[in-house]
Design a protein around this ligand. Structure first.
Ligand code: HSE
Length: 338
């Protein structure tokens, strides 16, 4: 049995989903893969740091809202950097809040972990959209890996499909619905809800970013487009330099009018190779119901790859949510340690 010790940064929605997933899949990991995952440490900006080198109790953690419900002997006076350096761990799972302007504090956390010879897995778009090359270089120099499947379409394997399978077939264009919150809002507006009601519900369900303007103004999609451009096409584009229009100007009337003509408003992120280099954009587009992307409902996402050898490949799946993002962390863990 291979024992893998995990240090976790962030004890929010996705963190809880991850702990729950470890509990649910424990028997599969042991019996089918010969892997046993222990969470030895968690640090959260609100609650501090808890640690036990033999593993914290997962069931207790899954039901805890904060660390004050945990045994006081677990508490350490470590900040995040000290936790990364001091806690016994093979991998750091970085789940702090996303900042697409600077990537911080997650970039610092990832750097520190890689420099300490620990693998990094993150669903945080900031460090991957802004500093992937630097982090990848650090990982290579320190003999470890960085997993980031959850940054695009949560656990739906959008990045792995492109990087591990489609790249040699000549990918020329990528486009899709890459934000769950906005697709949920547009779907709810088709069902008659107001924009504000739909946004509140998306927040309650844990799809929206801490600052939901990141979703509705298209920044989140721009971050994902930047990640796709960098990881699939090898071309770095700063998210802020991507042409971007959000959905906040789309009204219930617009959505209902489109429906009468069998059309659906969707926020589409795209990036393609052209003679002048890579072109990227984020904007709402009206799609006819015959288009597979038009029929993606709720927080669902979809991505279409255009390949020289294969034509069009569409992957449809969840794009947000605690369990769905936790699935990406699990996928990365198993890829690194199996
Ligand atoms: N706020 C994001 C979304 C979360 O709604 O898609 C997943 O990246």
């Amino acid at each position: 049995m291979k024992l893998v010790k995990i240090g976790m940064i962030g004890f929010g929605n996705v963190g809880h989903g991850f702990i729950q997933a470890l509990i649910e899949k424990k028997a599969f990991f042991r019996n089918e893969l010969g892997l046993e995952f222990l969470i030895t440490s968690i640090t959260d900006i609100r609650y501090g740091t808890i640690y036990h080198p033999d593993g914290l109790p997962l069931k207790k953690l899954a039901s805890a809202h904060d660390f004050y419900e945990m045994d006081p002997s677990y508490f350490r006076d470590w900040n995040t950097i000290q936790m990364i350096r001091n806690a016994e761990s093979d991998v750091i799972i970085e789940l702090s809040f996303t900042d697409l302007k600077t990537g911080e504090p997650a970039v610092l956390h990832c750097q520190e972990a890689l420099l300490s010879g620990k693998h990094v897995i993150t669903s945080n778009k900031g460090p991957i959209a802004l500093h992937y090359s630097m982090l990848k270089g650090l990982a290579r120099d320190n003999g470890v890996k960085i997993g980031c499947e959850g940054t695009v379409m949560s656990g739906s394997p959008a990045l792995r499909l492109a990087i591990d399978s489609l790249l040699p077939t000549g990918v020329t264009e990528i486009k899709g619905i890459l934000n769950g919150t906005t697709n949920f809002i547009l779907t709810e507006m088709e069902n008659g809800s107001s924009y504000d009601e739909a946004l509140k519900e998306a927040q309650r369900l844990g799809y929206a970013e801490a600052d939901p303007s990141g979703d509705v103004e298209g920044f989140d999609t721009a971050g994902k487009v930047a990640i796709l451009s960098h990881l699939v096409f090898g071309t770095f584009i700063k998210p802020e330099n991507i042409e971007r229009i959000g959905i906040s100007d789309i009204t219930v009337e617009d959505v209902q009018e489109a429906l009468k003509n069998k059309m659906h408003w969707k926020l589409i992120g795209s990036v393609k190779k052209t003679e002048n280099g890579v072109e990227a954009s984020v904007k709402p587009i009206m799609l006819h119901e015959d288009n597979p992307l038009a029929n993606i409902k709720g927080a669902g996402n979809a991505i279409q790859y255009r390949s020289d050898l294969l034509g069009e490949i569409t992957l449809i799946g969840p794009g947000a949510g605690r369990k769905e993002t936790a699935a990406a962390l699990i996928e990365d863990l198993v890829h690194i340690f199996q």
